[in-house]
Design a protein around this ligand. Structure first.
Ligand code: IPE
Ligand code: IPE
Ligand code: MG
Length: 232
């Protein structure tokens, strides 16, 4: 099986999963977080090298305050419970996204987890939190403009490869496979630049039901695709 090097996932459908069961949306978010463990383990087993997970978008702030609080508090607990395991399993956890709107305690935990796992190299897991693809491109442009004005950078240096180093995922290779659960057929402002040539896989399965078999199905489908990159 041709396994993708870099997989990105839009983990969607937590709310509908819960609603179907007469539960609150928050229960769906909790279940959704638990799924991350299984998918991460399977990714490592199959030899995937980078997993980039969309956990909270720059647009998700428009949700009810209570729901937002629950999402962040579950994430904090998840980090408390799982950092040791990540360390043992050789997983490097990396957060991408805005840092200025996230609660200080959570931010501290995020930084701690990143620091503890920084030397791991079995699998990189990027968690996109308060992340937006457009925000990412604007941030990169701001950094570049600053360096241009300071004379550290010259206009002639700029090309696509160079530009991408200023984005959140830096020098990491582009996404090979994008998976979106829950039946929605859109990108929702996820990694715009890094998805330029990704294979897209959409499934109706809600994220809390997306188990390792569903994950394998997506990879199997990917392995049958013929990637041409504009060639013949
Ligand atoms: C994805 O599930 C999780 C986040 C966006 C935080 P949703 O909460 O969007 O679930 P649905 O799409 O409403 O079912
Ligand atoms: C995208 O899901 C964001 C995450 C999964 C974190 P949304 O549920 O927020 O996206 P829309 O509203 O369906 O586009
Ligand atoms: Mg959704």
């Amino acid at each position: 099986m041709n396994v993708p090097y870099h997989i990105a996932i839009i983990m969607d459908g937590n709310g509908r999963w819960a609603k179907q069961r007469g539960l609150s949306r928050s229960v769906g978010h909790r279940k959704g977080l638990e799924r991350i463990k299984e998918v991460t383990e399977e990714a490592k087993k199959l030899g995937v090298k980078i997993l980039t997970l969309f956990a909270f978008s720059t647009e998700n702030w428009s949700r009810p305050k209570r729901e937002i609080e629950n999402i962040f508090s579950y994430l904090e607990k998840f980090l408390d419970k799982n950092t040791d395991r990540l360390l043992k399993e050789g997983i490097k956890l990396n957060f991408i996204g805005r840092k200025d709107r996230i609660n200080k305690n959570l931010l501290k935990k995020i930084e701690k987890t990143q620091l503890i796992t920084v030397k791991n190299n079995e699998l990189i897991v990027n968690v996109a939190l308060d992340y937006g693809g457009r925000w990412d491109i604007v941030e990169a442009t701001k950094k570049i403009t600053k360096e241009l004005l300071e004379g550290k950078l010259h206009r002639e240096d700029m090309d696509e490869g160079f530009f991408s180093k200023y984005l959140s995922l830096g020098a990491l290779p582009d996404v090979d496979l994008l998976i979106r659960t829950s039946g929605e057929l859109r990108i929702s402002n996820f990694l715009l630049w890094n998805l330029a040539y990704s294979e897209l896989y959409f499934t109706k399965v809600f994220w809390p039901d997306f188990d390792k078999n569903e994950f394998r199905k997506a990879i199997l489908e990917y392995s049958k695709r013929k990637r041409r990159f504009g060639g013949v």
